[in-house]
Design a protein around this ligand. Structure first.
Ligand SMILES: [Zn+2]
Length: 661
């Protein structure tokens, strides 16, 4: 890979390009993922997932809605939910990043064809949407609570920002988005409609389009939307105004709350606004909300949102594993927020959070073939789910196995756009040098703010192996520093430069001053499997342990029980994994890449007197004094699998948190 030439700054082919901040992002032309799990994900995304999504958008008529807008048949013929346009835009964004990753004439043709259909549906004043405002349809902006009109246009803006940065600002999609953004500014400006959209997204879309096109009006409109929210302009609904974060102004909120995707998208937009306007109060507020949500409202997987009913964050510590909603999109949103805070402030905790969410939620959603997806990501599956046929549309989070498509299909294209732009999250630069945040085989050909260049080749089997080798290909003329992240999960780590002394380092950032061209920096992380225990406040998993190996959270899947001597899969008094207990006095260990724990089946009636464990009748509570101590079960070596790999071997029960003996 050669050093990129030409533009930088706002035109950098990267999802977030702030004009200022602690760290500067790199573009897809500066970082290329060359191997390992993330490269495989990108390959499947490019060769299977994009076409899969396109097929379903066509089949379900969500693309056809744009054609109906032209032919005049929307009022009678429109298909899909009110936000279906946004899935088309997210696919376009994914395609735009993919085109930025590597030229592809076929993909380019498909991209252009979809853009042409979208463009044809745009109204003369710039409005773009298929659900409102046409003859026979409800008037525009008459249902800001649920209509998703600004939300959809926000995704159009993000797609256009991606295309502007990968294909240039002359692209038709960029022109369409510009007209749409001008319409939004004219309609919702300081003297216009004072409303906000029930689903945040237009804020982050306007901010990024404004950055990509150098258009301050779009940033100003994003700021207006951020400031307007929280003053009760949206209707009070059954979930309360907190559902759409209209209960308290963004700068006054103490924690991310309400619908978890909306909360994260809003926070991302608020960081963009804060950075561009120098509003440190707003930035402090969002950083604090992020930190508290991480500390008290996030699953061990990085997943967020424990309410099924309103897809929302629970109160602090409400993190039940078997009722985890943990929507894939909420973690895409959390990566968006964490990345923006990392660029603004540089904190290593943000890169840790990105790794956690990408590895254990975003990567969990798609099947290995990239053609079926989890919408919700439970941490405990008590009943084997039913296989979903590959031609069936599932309801939102109804499918407890991966499903090809959903009536609300936000997650698949969200995964696609994230995977296509994954290289952007690997490294950054600042005046001092290069910071490596995520570990994957990669080629980095970065330009420092000074214009000097640094070339690095990352060679590693991460996360299977904790050894990361950074080969220095080119360095700037003066002093420079390579900064490496030692993740919080790595209890110890060692750094060695060339044949020099080995330095022991702890979690955090490690500065390696001035590696020379031809040199090698080796980071050894401790990926040995280990037990993780929950904060005692998380009552739902008290007395349980999870197992983590490197960044990967592991789980027990019922299909592995029979081979481990714990009876047929689905057998045992409770069936499946529910009555398996772990001997926490024996640390997890690894043989040939497989992690094991010492575990057995809890005896019948071990918890309470007449518990109903054996025959499904009785009463599961007993007088404490009557409870006999549980007999010690026969223990076996039981293998675990990476949580992101679960349910790839057919229906199964599964749990991340394992009760201890
Ligand atoms: Zn979703």
């Amino acid at each position: 890979m050669l050093f990129p030439t030409g533009h930088r700054g706002a035109a950098t082919p990267t999802p977030v390009a702030p004009s200022t901040g602690r760290l500067t992002p790199l573009g897809l032309d500066q970082v290329r993922i060359t191997g390992g799990p993330w490269a495989r994900r990108q390959e499947v995304n490019a060769t299977a997932t994009l076409a899969h999504i396109e097929h379903w958008l066509e089949r379900e008529g969500w693309l056809g809605n744009f054609d109906l807008a032209v032919s005049g048949g929307l009022a009678e013929g429109r298909r899909g939910r009110e936000f279906s346009d946004s899935e088309v835009y997210k696919l376009l964004e994914a395609m735009a990043w993919e085109l930025g990753r590597r030229p592809d004439d076929d993909l380019r043709g498909r991209f252009d064809a979809i853009v042409a259909r979208v463009a044809a549906a745009q109204e003369p004043d710039g409005y773009l949407g298929t659900r409102f405002g046409r003859p026979g349809q409800q008037p525009r902006y008459t249902d800001l609570e649920w209509g998703h009109e600004l939300y959809c246009q926000g995704h159009l803006f993000q797609a256009a920002a991606a295309r502007a940065r990968t294909g240039g600002t002359d692209d038709l999609l960029v022109q369409v988005a510009r007209r749409s953004a001008d319409h939004v500014c004219a309609t919702f400006g300081p003297d216009g409609n004072q409303g906000v959209c029930g689903h945040a997204e237009v804020e982050v879309g306007l901010a990024e389009l404004g950055r990509a096109l150098g258009e301050p009006r779009y940033l100003a409109q994003a700021a207006l939307f951020v400031e307007r929210r929280g003053h009760g302009t949206l209707a009070d609904i059954e979930f309360g105004r907190s559902y759409y974060q209209d209960d308290v102004p963004v700068r006054d909120a103490e924690v991310l709350h309400g619908h978890a995707v909306r909360a994260n998208y809003l926070a991302a937009g608020a960081v963009d606004v804060a950075v561009e306007t120098g509003d440190t109060g707003l930035l402090d507020a969002v950083a604090g909300q992020w930190a508290r949500a991480q500390a008290r409202r996030t699953y061990v997987t990085g997943g967020q949102g424990s309410h099924h009913q309103d897809e929302a964050f629970g109160d602090d510590w409400v993190l039940p594993p078997d009722r985890a909603y943990s929507e894939t999109c909420a973690s895409v949103g959390s990566v968006m927020v964490s990345w923006r805070l990392l660029l603004a402030r540089g904190g290593v905790e943000h890169a840790d959070a990105i790794e956690r969410a990408l590895t254990n939620v975003v990567a969990t959603s798609p099947a290995h073939d990239g053609q079926s997806f989890f919408y919700a990501n439970t941490l405990h599956q008590r009943v084997p789910a039913e296989h979903v046929a590959d031609d069936v549309v599932s309801k939102r989070a109804e499918a407890s196995l991966r499903a090809p498509w959903f009536e609300v299909s936000c997650c698949p294209p969200n995964v696609a756009r994230t995977f296509a732009s994954l290289a952007a999250y690997v490294a950054t630069v600042d005046d001092a040098g290069v910071q490596l945040h995520q570990y994957t085989p990669a080629e980095i050909r970065a330009e420092l703010p000074s214009g000097e260049r640094v070339g690095l080749d990352v060679v590693t089997d991460y996360p299977a192996d904790g050894r990361v080798e950074v080969r220095v290909v080119a360095v700037p003329a003066g002093d420079w520093t390579l900064t490496l992240r030692v993740p919080a999960w790595s209890a110890s780590a060692r750094v060695r430069v060339d044949d020099g002394v080995v330095r022991e380092v702890g979690p955090g950032l490690v500065a390696v001053p001035g590696p020379r061209t031809g040199g090698v920096v080796v980071l050894d992380l401790d990926t040995a499997p280990r037990f993780v225990v929950p904060d005692p406040h998380i009552d739902a998993v008290r007395g349980c342990v999870a197992v983590q190996r490197g960044p990967e959270v592991l789980c027990l899947e019922s299909v592995d029980l029979e081979g481990a001597g714990l009876g047929p899969a689905g057998g045992g008094p409770d069936g499946g994994v529910d009555d398996v207990v772990v001997d926490a006095s024996v640390p997890p260990w690894e043989v040939d890449g497989v992690v094991y724990v010492r575990a057995g089946r809890r005896g019948a009636g071990a918890g309470a007197g007449d518990s109903g464990d054996t025959d499904g009748v009785g009463w599961p509570y007993a007088t404490a004094a009557d409870v006999e101590p549980a007999p010690r079960p026969e223990l076996h070596d039981v293998p675990l699998v990476a949580y992101h790999d679960w349910a790839n071997r057919g229906p199964a029960t599964m749990r991340v948190w394992l009760p201890t003996l």
